[in-house]
Design a protein around this ligand. Structure first.
Ligand SMILES: NC(=O)c1ccc[n+]([C@@H]2O[C@H](COP(=O)([O-])OP(=O)(O)OC[C@H]3O[C@@H](n4cnc5c(N)ncnc54)[C@H](OP(=O)(O)O)[C@@H]3O)[C@@H](O)[C@H]2O)c1
Length: 391
């Protein structure tokens, strides 16, 4: 990792907001509201000389990602400080590392530019998160408003579009917007409810179950009366899935035989497999789908860190004979339903049915290291990073 020594000093501080699993979530997210909203009088003047720290793509990553793929730089805002009509200058305050960023770090994603264009060398890493408006030439977005943002730099010029059509609603903190009501939980809802069409009494298996999408998907299946089995890496993560989210069973893919465990836990077959990881785990589960089973193809994280495309199921005849439906999905497929989905998630969260863990790290300098935790699994729940100066 190429970095300015001063900015690389110090160690990563991790704040595990496990309290989000209890009624404490309301207190902690409520408390966070006030932190992010106002632009105080003490806010420094932002002009062409204001320094903008950035993490840029130093090299495309075909195999295991490393710190060498990222470079740190710092440069004045220059022309970016002079906004064109309609534009906003935002300070990125919360970053949400996403596995899909890793796909876009390949020189060729093999997926076409329309949906998954590769990131450009020497440009800030394209990301997701929340920014606070610090300058505005758009009356719909006053200074102090929160908006979706998150490229790996302090300041980004945002031109409102269909993704950023309005400020984040008052009363939703930056952390909640980036986690419990974010893209991942909405994806879990859409995948489990609309594609999986979960029903009471069905047997559901979710891989990547302790992650951001997965931990929401298992709870939505449970809320709908299904029998739920999660797959995660490590005995402790598996024990937590049962204890913290009340699911019926968990499989540790690192130490257990998945085929044998699925056979034991789902002797009549699997009605819904919600796949976040692809690869051998997917193979072992889809071989045991029940008649009219549904496979929700949400992601294949096990393939992102190498250049080989994710393989499909080895026995397609099983899919034919068991009338199994396999369906992919992308967040942008359900933009029109976004508000309805968030309202539903909010109802479950406020009634205590939906719990959410956030694993919050701090410090802009720690973005690459934090991002890599998605692939090592050294995290619990939704991974976030707060920029410097954000409490
Ligand atoms: N289709 C869409 O629109 C959409 C939207 C959002 C996310 N997604 C996909 O959903 C999946 C989960 O994303 P997320 O943001 O919620 O991430 P996450 O689950 O919070 O974090 C990634 C987790 O994946 C597991 N993992 C990493 N490498 C693995 C491997 N080789 N084999 C098995 N498990 C591995 C790790 O858990 P363990 O500790 O258990 O190994 C890690 O914690 C990803 O595939 C992502 O691309 C799709």
């Amino acid at each position: 990792m190429t970095t300015d020594r001063e900015h690389n000093a110090g160690s990563s501080r991790r704040v595990m907001l496990q309290g989000a699993l209890s009624a404490g979530v309301l207190a902690s997210s409520g408390a966070l509201n006030g932190i992010f909203t106002p632009a105080s009088a003490a806010e420094p003047v932002i002009d062409a000389n204001t320094m903008n720290r950035q993490w840029v793509l130093a090299s495309h990553a075909e195999d295991a990602i490393s710190e060498k793929n990222f470079a740190f730089r710092e440069q004045p805002l220059g022309d970016k400080a002079s906004l064109k009509e309609g534009e906003l200058l935002v300070r990125n305050i919360v970053f949400t590392p996403l596995p899909s960023q890793r796909i876009r770090m390949h020189a060729d994603t093999g997926l076409g530019d329309a949906y998954m264009a590769p990131m450009k060398l020497n440009q800030p890493i394209g990301g997701s998160g929340v920014g606070r408006v610090v300058k505005s030439s758009n009356p719909k977005f006053p200074v102090g408003a929160l908006v979706a943002s998150g490229n790996w730099e302090d300041y980004t010029v945002v031109r409102p579009n269909s993704f950023v059509s309005a400020p984040i609603a008052a009363g939703i903190s930056a952390v909640d917007y980036a986690s419990v009501y974010g893209m991942n939980t909405q994806t879990a809802y859409y995948g489990m409810m609309r594609i999986g069409q979960v029903k009471a009494g069905e047997t559901v298996i979710v891989s990547g179950a302790s992650g951001s999408v997965g931990s929401t998907a298992i709870q939505i299946a449970k809320i709908n009366g299904a029998r739920v089995i999660g797959i995660a890496g490590g005995k402790e993560k598996c024990a937590k899935l049962i204890r913290d989210y009340g699911i019926d069973a968990a499989i540790d893919y690192k130490s257990e035989n998945i085929t044998a465990r699925v056979k034991e836990l789902a002797p009549k077959g699997v009605d819904i497999y919600f796949d976040n990881v692809g690869g051998p785990i997917m193979q072992d589960v889809v071989d045991q789908m029940a008649k009219f089973g549904r496979v929700v193809l949400c992601g294949t994280i096990s393939s992102y860190d190498n250049k080989n495309p994710a393989p499909g199921p080895r026995n397609m005849l099983r899919m034919v004979v068991y009338s199994v439906k396999l369906q992919g999905m992308l967040y942008t497929d359900f933009m029109a339903e976004r508000d309805t989905i968030v309202a539903e998630l909010r109802k479950w969260k406020e009634s205590g049915q939906l719990k959410h863990k956030t694993d919050i790290r701090k410090g802009f300098k720690n973005l690459p290291e934090t991002f890599m935790a998605l692939f090592s699994g050294d995290k619990d729940g939704t991974l976030l990073l707060k920029n410097d100066g954000e409490a």
